[in-house]
Design a protein around this ligand. Structure first.
Ligand SMILES: Nc1ncnc2c1ncn2[C@@H]1O[C@H](COP(=O)(O)OP(=O)(O)OP(=O)(O)O)[C@@H](O)[C@H]1O
Ligand SMILES: [Mg+2]
Length: 307
């Protein structure tokens, strides 16, 4: 997180683990710069308080990641988000320059995620000003090809652009899902540094052990160097058609990732709903049941990990 990030009084209270009332009293007493204007710099806050990263947020950020193309990242991101949003406020971040999730619903959004990052000192707008609603309780942060410019880290804070941009929204949403691109690099690193959990969709037909091993090594490197809070939620088998025994597949994946009990069958209505620009619950509520089940398993895995 960049140290000159400006926080509101409420965000600052969350970050130091105090109630708003207690924080206001302390801030007045200590005469913390920026308190009156509701813009407290994070590095200033650090001088006065011990920041409690673990008490920081209510939300769970889940990166849906696999560097292989076409494994179901966008499909799972969208439909898992849709399922979670039936009970909790959920945000889907399109974090892929292909902008597949965005283009399913909006052809040319006026502003996209790139304008909220401030990469290479560009002006940035708050993330909340570019949100597009997808359904009740369910919003989208749109992307565009512009995100492909995020290739080179010029300074350390370039690894935390997404994390910083997302910070003001972390108390608004219970679940934040990041639809990652099919690549390893700065875009993926930003997602994994920002996330609490990684979920890996795996297409059962064209399964590659090497691909899973590479992703596992990237995750391990980020855990060690940049984000020790990052946890593996597990792999979800997608497009299952009964062609191979699931148990055998799951066994080879388990060397690297825990495997979800829920798996997603291949259903033609899934690409059809996307072609019709419809949410899956509206197009095929029966297929949606896989994702409702997946959402339940995600919730219970997160509850177990947080205990
Ligand atoms: N369970 C499924 N049944 C049928 N089709 C599916 C299923 N899951 C995904 N698909 C289809 O497979 C294609 C690839 O899926 P998707 O776009 O979700 O993958 P991706 O991992 O996001 O791809 P990319 O790496 O290019 O971002 C899409 O056309 C999608 O509709
Ligand atoms: Mg995708």
């Amino acid at each position: 997180m960049s140290s000159n990030l400006e926080l509101t009084v409420e965000q600052s209270a969350n970050l130091v683990g105090l109630s708003l009332k207690d924080f206001k009293e302390k801030a007045k007493e200590l005469k913390i710069p920026g308190f009156k204007s509701d813009k407290i710099k994070r590095n200033i806050l650090e001088k006065y308080f011990k920041l409690t990263e673990s008490q920081e947020y209510d939300s769970h950020v889940i990166a849906i990641s696999n560097q292989k193309g076409g494994e179901g990242k966008t499909t799972l991101s969208l439909a898992l988000g849709e399922a979670l949003a039936k009970e909790d406020k959920t945000l889907l971040i399109d974090w892929d320059p292909q902008a597949n999730a965005t283009n399913l619903f909006h052809k040319e959004p006026e502003k996209t995620i790139m304008s909220a990052l401030g990469y290479r000192n560009k002006d940035k707008v708050p993330l909340e000003t570019i949100l597009l609603p997808l359904a009740k309780n369910y919003d989208l942060v749109p992307a565009s090809i512009e995100l492909a410019n995020l290739t080179t880290p010029y300074e350390m804070s370039d690894f935390e652009l997404l994390k910083d941009a997302l910070l003001p929204l972390r108390s608004t949403y219970k679940y934040i899902i990041i639809d990652c691109p099919p690549s390893l690099g700065l875009i993926l690193e930003n997602a994994l540094i920002c996330a609490d959990y990684v979920l890996v969709p795996i297409q059962t037909r064209a399964f590659s052990v090497q691909g899973i091993k590479d992703l596992y090594e990237t995750i391990e490197r980020i855990q060690k160097k940049a984000n020790p809070r990052l946890k593996l939620l597990g792999a979800v088998l997608n497009q299952y058609e009964g062609q191979k025994a699931l148990s055998g597949l799951a066994e080879s994946i388990k060397k690297y990732f825990p495997v979800f009990n829920t798996f997603i069958r291949r259903k033609e209505t899934i690409p059809q709903s996307q072609a019709k620009m419809m949410l899956l619950s509206d197009y095929d509520p029966i297929s949606m049941k896989y994702f409702i089940e997946l959402a339940e398993e995600v919730r219970s895995k997160i509850n177990v990990q947080e205990k």
